[in-house]
Design a protein around this ligand. Structure first.
Ligand SMILES: [Cu+2]
Length: 518
């Protein structure tokens, strides 16, 4: 065996620390700029398991509770479960439907998914379908809470639309085949709730995708990457100011820049292995981590690397496949890729390594080639003949949005255009159906996510789009001191939606704002 192993060093960007402390006078700011992720690593207090000791778990596909001519109905109970994540230890996880990640919902374009969520957790929740083109009352607005009971009194936010115990979300899904995901979005407490387990896949299919004959069944694998840390008892560690997630929100210093774990979970298992046959495989990569960024490569043990062929982005198929030697994912981004195991012999092992990790986080999982089969399938030359490119000349205006660190009430915070999030303050009023250019500027890493409206990246700085900006996106990976221009068309529904940083600690520390579609 040769090749870099788990001890491989991270690639560190040049120019560390230049901006840093001055922004706020907060000393922990120093150094973030030079790192591959913005945040501080929380160390586990148990002996870390050996990599590749657990089999990959594929989240179960949720069966509808009822099906009508144009809709599938689902019921999802949210409740705590004790489960084994690190072998030999038990971890309490907050689940959708008893699994971590939650069950995968599979839908078709234009066919409604109606999902009733029942909150049996000790705190309010709000469910957001990330990437869903969804009416505002079903979008999981951060104050549209499902309270655990009518007596709940722990939170002082301006509740907009509160239900007790249960709520039914309707998703019309008028959108292209894509890899969406659902996760908690409660105001001020999204980061710890997702850390405890509240995330799952929601996959949308359509006829255009069907026509491609892409790898399916066992060869279409959703992979959710989440870094976590554990205490000595096996419980998740998280530096919440209030561990009951009642009040006040936020994390202890020095984690305000983001919480990074030292254990990489894929679909809830630490550094798993997965047995594959000698066939083309489709991997739906989701970075469901709170703050960690990854740069993934597929290293054949004792050999070369496998190229990664990107076929889709956040919102579905690219016009044509794009080859990469690595895939870089910021929190919330999805990359739909094909990896070709056809030329490998049985017994070959392929490590997925993370160039942006260090020590235990430099490796992610392993594929073990165990069965020889004949697979005549190939990568299609054209993926989406109907792909629509937005035109900058259609934009009716340009807005500038800055994402920066700023003190809020004497504490560390993160803001959009100088303002901490308030449900009552609106940063942009846009016309339904109109196209705009938004220029987004960042001080540190800020993966910026817009609800409702997918977009296309026009460029970064003075240049064009980056290598990972192709296709329709809903999250753009802004790096330190970077500006990106995106072209957004506000199709769908009228109402109030949020856009925010998807570093979840930043989001909870107020890096969120509203836009109204009128
Ligand atoms: Cu951020």
């Amino acid at each position: 065996m040769s090749g870099p192993g788990p001890g491989r060093r991270a690639v560190v960007m040049a120019g560390a620390g230049a901006l840093a402390a001055g922004v706020l006078g907060v000393p922990i700011a120093a150094g973030w700029r030079g790192r591959s992720s913005t945040g501080s690593e929380l160390r586990s207090r148990l002996r870390l398991p050996q990599p590749f000791g657990s089999p990959l778990m594929i989240p179960p596909v949720l069966e509808p509770s009822a099906t009508t001519a144009d809709a599938d109905h689902y019921v999802v109970r949210q409740y705590p479960v004790r489960t084994e994540i690190v072998p030999g230890y038990t971890t309490e996880v907050w689940t959708y439907g008893g699994t971590f990640p939650g069950p995968t919902i599979r839908s078709r374009r234009g066919r409604r998914a109606i999902v009733e969520h029942i909150n049996e957790l000790p705190v309010p929740t709000a469910v957001h379908l990330h990437g869903g083109v969804t009416p505002p009352e079903h979008d999981g607005y951060p104050t549209d809470l499902i309270l655990p009971d009518e007596k709940w009194d722990g939170h002082d936010a301006h509740h907009r639309d509160v239900t007790v115990r249960r709520r039914t979300y309707e998703y019309p899904l008028p959108q292209r085949a894509s890899t969406l995901w659902y996760h908690d979005h409660r105001m001020d407490f999204t980061a710890p709730a997702v850390w405890r387990g509240l995330a799952g896949f929601h996959l949308v299919g359509d006829e255009e995708e069907d026509a491609l004959d892409l790898p399916g069944g066992d060869r279409d694998i959703p992979l959710a990457l989440m870094d976590r840390a554990f205490d000595g008892s096996g419980a998740f560690r998280y530096p919440a100011v209030d561990p009951t997630l009642t009040h006040p929100p936020g994390v202890h210093p020095p984690y305000e820049a983001g919480v990074l774990g030292d254990v990489v979970l894929v679909n809830g298992r630490p550094w798993p292995y997965h047995e594959v046959d000698t066939a083309l495989h489709r991997l739906r990569l989701l970075n469901a981590s709170n703050a960690r960024r990854y740069r993934l490569r597929f290293e054949v043990e004792g050999g070369d690397e496998l190229p990664v062929v990107q076929i889709g982005s956040d919102h579905g198929l690219l016009p044509r496949p794009v080859g990469h030697d690595a895939v870089e994912l910021a929190p919330a981004e999805r990359f739909d890729v094909l990896v070709d195991f056809r030329e490998l012999r049985t017994g070959t092992r392929v490590r997925v390594v993370n160039d942006l990790g260090d020590g235990s986080t430099a490796v992610v999982m392993r594929f073990d080639v165990t069965r020889a089969v004949a697979d005549g399938r190939d990568v299609p030359d054209v993926l989406s003949p109907t792909f629509e490119r937005l035109r900058a000349s259609d934009a009716v205006r340009t807005r500038r949005m800055t994402f920066r660190s700023q003190g809020i009430d004497g504490k560390h915070g993160w803001v959009v255009n100088g303002e901490p999030f308030s449900p009552d303050s609106v940063q942009a009023t846009v016309a339904l159906g109109s196209t705009e250019i938004w220029e987004l500027t960042a001080d540190f890493h800020h993966p910026v996510h817009l609800h409702l409206a997918p977009f296309q990246v026009l460029g970064r700085g003075t240049g064009g789009p980056g290598p990972y900006d192709d296709g329709w996106k809903d999250t753009v990976d802004l790096r330190p001191a970077e500006a990106a221009r995106i072209l957004v068309r506000f199709d769908g529904y009228r109402g109030r939606y949020v856009f925010h940083c998807h570093n979840l600690e930043h989001e909870d520390m107020m890096m969120m704002a509203n836009f109204d579609v009128v």
